[in-house]
Design a protein around this ligand. Structure first.
Ligand SMILES: C[S@@+](CC[C@H](N)C(=O)[O-])C[C@H]1O[C@@H](n2cnc3c(N)ncnc32)[C@H](O)[C@@H]1O
Length: 235
């Protein structure tokens, strides 16, 4: 399966330049890095109409070093932080050592959730992760399993990349530019697979999630559009 090399790729990324691979533009896991993650978390939760609560639990797919997880742990009663990379998770655990409400899960990256039960969480959240998942099969399996993990009435806010040709070309050009700066961005584990939003919403509808796709409006003209898959699990 094409996801097989992905753990080695992301472990290597975490060891060489974790902050950059988590959020390009950053070189170190500084307070500013975490504050940017917190501001983005607040902005995207509000954009997706997810209201956090200390009584609610959230599953974060692709937590990285905890850039956004730290804010999620402040806003929610419980966070399940999931990642394919042992090294990302190790750093996440270190960075969030003062939080007692975060559970860490190492997953295979093929869309399985490490045994998370049906209806186990109130919210599923993910940012700049699905765009790296190397196969459409794994991405769709993540969506199906995340839908199953949501309790009735639970909310989903998952960012994916636009599958338009324009966005694909711009992303590829960006990856080439990153490569010139010594980053390993031509790997399939970074480039990921493109999945049509309509396939995602169909997969979610089949699992009882009313889902739509919102285009994030605030992006520079040269940057490929981010889309948010937003949905509510039917009672
Ligand atoms: C660009 S980082 C973003 C981290 C975090 N969401 C943030 O914005 O700070 C992508 C993360 O997704 C993880 N990842 C990549 N492929 C994955 C997969 N197939 N399953 C789960 N996690 C994956 C990587 O290890 C990495 O930690």
């Amino acid at each position: 399966m094409k996801t097989r090399g992905a753990r080695a790729y992301w472990d290597g990324a975490a060891q060489s330049a974790a902050a950059w691979y988590v959020s390009t533009g950053h070189e170190h896991e500084t307070e500013e890095f975490f504050q940017q993650g917190a501001a983005e978390t607040d902005t995207f939760l509000s954009f997706c109409r997810v209201v956090p609560s200390p009584d609610a639990s959230v599953l974060e797919v692709g937590c990285g070093v905890g850039r956004m997880t730290r804010r999620l742990a402040q806003l929610f009663g419980k966070v399940i932080a999931l990642d394919i990379s042992e090294e990302m998770l190790r750093r996440c655990r270190d960075n969030l050592s003062s939080f007692g409400n975060v559970e860490y899960r190492l997953v295979e990256g093929d869309g399985t959730l490490g045994g998370l039960g049906e209806g186990a969480v109130d919210v599923v959240f993910s940012y700049v992760t699905f765009q790296h998942v190397p196969t459409a099969l794994a991405q769709l399996r993540y969506f199906e399993n995340c839908a199953r993990a949501l309790r009735p009435g639970g909310k989903m806010a998952v960012q994916i990349r636009s599958s338009s040709m324009g966005a694909a070309l711009l992303t590829y050009a960006g990856n080439l530019a990153h490569l010139l700066h010594g980053r390993r961005t031509l790997s399939r584990s970074w480039r990921g697979a493109r999945v049509k939003a309509s396939l995602v919403t169909s997969a979610l509808h089949a699992q009882g999630v009313d889902a739509t796709v919102l285009i994030w409006p605030h992006h520079p003209r040269w940057s490929p559009a981010h889309c948010w898959v937003v949905g509510t699990k039917k009672p």
